[in-house]
Ligand binder design. Structure first.
Ligand SMILES: NC(=O)c1ccc[n+]([C@@H]2O[C@H](COP(=O)([O-])OP(=O)(O)OC[C@H]3O[C@@H](n4cnc5c(N)ncnc54)[C@H](O)[C@@H]3O)[C@@H](O)[C@H]2O)c1
Length: 273
């Protein structure tokens, strides 16, 4: 898909990977709906896109609320006449204490934002993209969605869910020209990772800063570039793309393959699954 003249909704675009992707897609000529619960940050992203010569508009959304997701899609229709791309990117980690000690509201919040909102946002976007003749849905999963990420088991569970949803929707490409893909980054330098330090003081803060500076981290722009590639590539569907530091981006195949019954959506593109 060529981005010129297209409209992309990006959740979690007030910060980090979402903001970097807003700037990247706008550079290709897409108009951006900057969707986030952080209104000030969303307005800042719009200003940055506009300063770079692009087009963007901000909308406040809590992605855990179905009605607010619907309003976000309606906002894109009212402002730009529709949308071609939905990027489900908003996300959080569970924080401390680590599961199973985390209180119920904390782990449920992780699942609500990192998985349920992706399922619901995708569900709402599909008929609208179909009515437009097709489009792209992309989500930010994580490397934590591909291995046993012990630091945050609930985050790992939610991100595994996003990976599964992406693979299982491969058939939408044939059925309605909607390509569903996701990116799985390693550690990225964004407030999601660095903000924990702000809460610390004294020696604890010093130690955390030292540990952080020694940790290899991807720039958010690298993820934005991968998202752009998956949108641009008209063959990309059901793709789970791992992004690690120093390596090239790579498609991560499902570890188990099963025969499909004929008529299963996606059977043609993925005969091994
Ligand atoms: N930073 C990393 O190391 C890393 C690695 C792999 C995957 N990810 C994923 O990348 C995505 C983006 O994270 P980031 O690193 O840019 O972090 P970030 O904290 O910079 O950005 C996340 C954004 O999501 C927004 N958000 C959170 N809850 C929301 C809600 N309920 N409704 C609307 N917006 C909400 C926040 O306001 C924020 O602007 C997340 O899904 C995260 O899990 C991050």
């Amino acid at each position: 898909m060529k981005l010129e003249g297209k409209i992309a909704i990006i959740t979690g675009a007030a910060s980090g990977i979402g903001r970097a992707t807003a700037l990247r897609l706008a550079r290709e000529g897409a108009s951006i709906v900057v969707a986030d619960q952080n209104e000030a940050g969303a307005r800042e992203t719009v200003a940055l896109v506009e300063q770079a010569g692009g087009k963007a508009a901000a909308v406040k959304v809590d992605v855990t609320k179905s009605a607010e997701l619907a309003s976000m899609l309606a906002f894109a229709e009212k402002t730009y006449g529709g949308f071609d791309i939905l990027y489900n990117n908003a996300g959080v980690t569970t924080g401390n204490p680590r599961y199973p000690d985390s209180p119920e509201d904390r782990w449920r919040r992780t699942v609500e934002i990192d998985l349920n909102a992706v399922i619901e946002g995708t569900r709402q976007a599909i008929p609208k993209l179909q009515a437009r003749g097709g489009g792209v849905i992309i989500s930010t999963a994580s490397l934590a969605g591909l291995f046993g990420f012990q630091q945050d088991p609930v985050y790992a569970a939610a991100k595994h869910g996003v990976v599964g949803l992406t693979r299982a929707l491969i058939g939408l490409k044939d059925e309605m020209n909607i390509r569903v893909n996701c990116v799985c980054p390693a550690v990225v330098r964004t407030p999601l990772v660095t903000s924990g330090i702000d809460a610390l003081q004294g020696a604890a803060r010093e130690a955390a800063e030292k540990q952080m500076s020694a940790m290899p981290m991807l720039p958010a722009e690298e993820i934005a570039e991968a998202v752009y590639e998956l949108i641009r590539d008209d063959d990309a569907a059901g793709i789970v793309m791992g992004i690690t530091l120093g390596d090239t981006r790579r498609v991560v195949d499902p570890p188990i393959t099963l025969p499909v019954t004929s008529g299963t959506p996606g059977a043609r593109q993925h005969p091994r699954v």
